[in-house]
Write a protein that binds this ligand. Structure first.
Ligand code: COI
Length: 356
């Protein structure tokens, strides 16, 4: 093993990569992890002991607060390799800002910016050979913070662990996505944690999503908790509705995640002269648009899938099928975003970040 300390991070590399045992052309999203991981502990009021070491299990007390109170936040990002072998991230400062915003909401101490970027650069460079060849493929980067103090008192932890693990990901294809509009369950509420990437937000979706699956729908479109009259998010993604040639999406609030893909898509669409309305979208207007033929598309936008087209939705036990569009905005914006991420197109807003 090679041990070295560069700047602030202690680096311990693997003796032999596990990659030879992995078929990078056939991977299930989020199931395989690259050779190394980053770890940093919060003790005595500061982040310390930053290290990169071989990917592997960590040891925690069964009383660690994360297990009991879910004090945990995360981020999802991706690293891309272009045709010249250069490595890129997409708007990583947005993820940095958001993980600290989420952390603040969960009473978790903020993580320092220089260490975040140093860790990302080092880890991605070290494991760049885990990025599967091919357009759309990437190294999915999962950064997360967990409360590690061994104490089941219901109060914020005094100890935390910040980690980064990475996972090779093929171009995300979800197949046909049929969704059910939520009429009873909610993802978030005013004053809640919906805008944070809190681990528990995702766990809370599993049960209602399972019920939707039993009825033949892969995901749920979440509506506002108080009236269930307004459309908010789709599964783990922000959601867009194309009515005629306008794009409608819910405005950012403390119930809705400020998605990086969402805001990037809005900027690109407006640059293209497309009318984008960030406003409350009523379920009834989407049902009406489906009935009168003006609802052209629905799609989710998020880091993992980039854009995920929705082929049908159900509301009050009625199913509305969407007709595939030849000039689909979902396909157009997926390509626009991927072309920027893969350094194949101009980057008008300076979103690409080269890993060096
Ligand atoms: C995303 O696509 O933004 C996500 O957070 C997906 C993740 C929950 C797998």
């Amino acid at each position: 093993m090679d041990f070295s300390t560069s700047n602030t991070i202690n680096v311990q590399t693997i003796e032999e990569s596990r990659i030879k045992n992995v078929d990078l052309s056939n991977i299930k999203f989020g199931s395989i992890f690259a050779d190394h991981m980053f770890e940093c502990d919060y003790t005595d009021g500061t982040w310390k002991n930053a290290s990169i070491r071989p990917y592997g299990p960590i040891s925690l007390s069964p009383a660690a607060k994360v297990f009991h109170y879910g004090q945990a936040v995360f981020e999802g990002m991706k690293a891309y390799k272009d045709e010249q072998g250069k490595l890129w991230l997409f708007r990583p400062e947005q993820n940095f800002e958001r993980i600290n915003k989420s952390a603040k909401r969960l009473a978790i101490p903020e993580f320092p910016k220089d260490l975040f970027f140093e860790a990302l650069n080092k880890l991605v460079k070290l494991d760049h050979h885990w990025i599967p060849e091919g357009y759309g493929n990437s190294l999915y980067i999962r950064t997360f913070v967990i409360a590690t103090e061994s104490n089941v008192g219901a109060s914020p932890s005094n100890l935390y662990k910040f980690m980064i693990i990475t996972s090779p990901a093929q171009s995300y294809y979800t197949g046909e996505v049929r969704v059910e509009i939520a009429e009873h369950f909610s993802r978030s509420a005013n004053g809640g944690v919906g805008a944070a990437k809190a681990a528990g937000n995702y766990a809370a979706q599993f049960y209602p999503t399972n019920l939707a699956r039993e009825k033949g729908f892969q995901q749920v479109i979440w509506t506002d908790a108080s009236s269930h009259e307004y459309l908010e998010e789709a599964g783990t993604m922000n959601v867009f509705f194309r009515v005629n040639d306008s794009l409608l999406t819910a405005p950012i609030s403390d119930r809705i995640l400020d998605g990086v893909t969402r805001k990037s898509l809005i900027q690109l669409a407006r640059m293209d002269g497309i009318n984008v309305e960030e406003r409350r979208v009523r379920v009834s207007e989407i049902v009406e648009a489906a009935n009168n033929g003006t609802l052209k598309e629905i799609f989710g936008a998020g880091t993992a899938a980039v854009i995920s087209p929705i082929s049908a939705f159900s509301y009050q036990d009625q199913v509305y099928e969407l007709t595939p569009q030849t000039d689909s905005y979902a396909s157009l914006f997926k390509k626009r975003l991927l072309d920027i991420q893969f350094n194949r197109a101009e980057d008008p807003f300076g979103w690409r970040y080269e890993v060096k």
